[in-house]
Write a protein that binds this ligand. Structure first.
Ligand code: AMP
Ligand code: ZN
Ligand code: FE
Ligand code: FE
Length: 293
């Protein structure tokens, strides 16, 4: 098998498993490569690289950047961006500050709705040993609501409070997708529009690809139907961009929002090579050497 799962989350954001555990599971699943794509952080990459050497599996360093276009959340995956680049790191740090204040607004909104959740409860749910570069997300807030007994499942937390259009939903000031794509390119990486099937906004996705910045679109995703896959494969073809894929694994736990297990959706290893090629073409000198390490 020569497959790559190019979309997984770890404890560096809202995944349940340590980066090394994702890498071990990917090796056990017989994958050739695994992407680590935490929300707005690259804090899990070093641990993943060490584990990749131990388990003999290729690590595709990644990130999933939160953006919005016309009020619609759009996630942009970045692969092989230089995660030592101080400008790139500062940009991700600014994303995390926006995320932190958004999270506080969500807690305030819940309080207004009569749910006595505190920020401390959210931190308990997210794990107290969280590093400064690791991100807290809505799934952690959902977990805190579950622990309080306000909801019976994590999905109920989204359906009643946290999902788009629900009373505790907060859309913070977000960068537009083109800006995230530029950040990734400036750090030498390749940019991919994540899970277009989750937006219900195909025209916007099409316009984004037509604008010419993105290197790829995530055709294969755990929440995509076979019909979605066909539609987005055709879209990738029309715009001459790569068709990538991944599970969006967040970990397994009873009642947990989950997307899919590692390896549930994949891309061919040739897609990894193509992403790498695009990024090495974009890099020069010492920066290119860093990619090869
Ligand atoms: P955040 O980046 O903090 O806004 O959290 C986004 C994450 O929340 C996504 O990666 C999903 O795992 C989860 N999520 C978002 N919307 C929903 C929903 N409607 N139902 C279940 N999970 C959701
Ligand atoms: Zn997530
Ligand atoms: Fe996403
Ligand atoms: Fe994701």
């Amino acid at each position: 098998m020569n497959r790559a799962d190019l979309h997984t989350h770890t404890t560096a954001s809202d995944g349940l498993h340590k980066p090394a555990d994702n890498v071990r599971m990917a090796a056990e699943a017989g994958l050739a490569a695994i992407g680590i794509t935490d929300h707005d952080t690259v804090a899990g990459l070093d641990e993943a690289r060490v584990a990749g050497r131990a388990y003999g599996i290729e690590i595709v360093p990644g990130v999933e950047i939160s953006t919005a276009m016309d009020g619609q959340d759009i996630h942009i995956l970045g692969y092989y961006a230089n995660d030592r680049d101080p400008v790139f790191l500062a940009r991700l740090a600014s994303q995390r500050r926006v995320r932190d204040s958004r999270n506080e607004l969500i807690v305030a909104r819940l309080n207004e709705l009569g749910v006595p959740l505190t920020w401390e409860d959210v931190l308990d749910a997210a794990g107290r040993d969280r590093g400064p570069d690791e991100t807290v997300g809505r799934p952690h807030i959902a977990e805190a609501l579950l622990r309080m007994g306000t909801v019976g499942t994590l999905q109920e937390a989204f359906d009643r409070y946290l999902a788009e259009g629900k009373p505790a939903y907060v859309l913070p000031p977000r960068i537009v997708p083109a800006e995230a794509i530029a950040w990734i390119h400036e750090a030498g990486g390749a940019a991919v529009v994540a899970h277009p099937g989750l937006y219900g906004a195909d025209a916007a996705v099409e316009a984004l690809l037509a604008a010419g910045g993105a290197d790829g679109v995530e055709v294969y995703h755990s929440d995509h139907s076979a019909e979605d896959e066909r539609r987005y494969a055709a879209m990738a073809e029309r715009h001459g961009v790569l068709a990538t894929g991944g599970s969006d694994f967040h970990g397994a736990r009873k009642g947990r929002i989950y997307h899919g297990p590692i390896g549930w959706r994949t891309a061919d290893a040739a897609v990894v090579a193509a992403l790498r090629k695009r990024t090495s073409d974009r890099r020069t000198g010492a920066d290119r050497k860093a990619l090869d390490e």
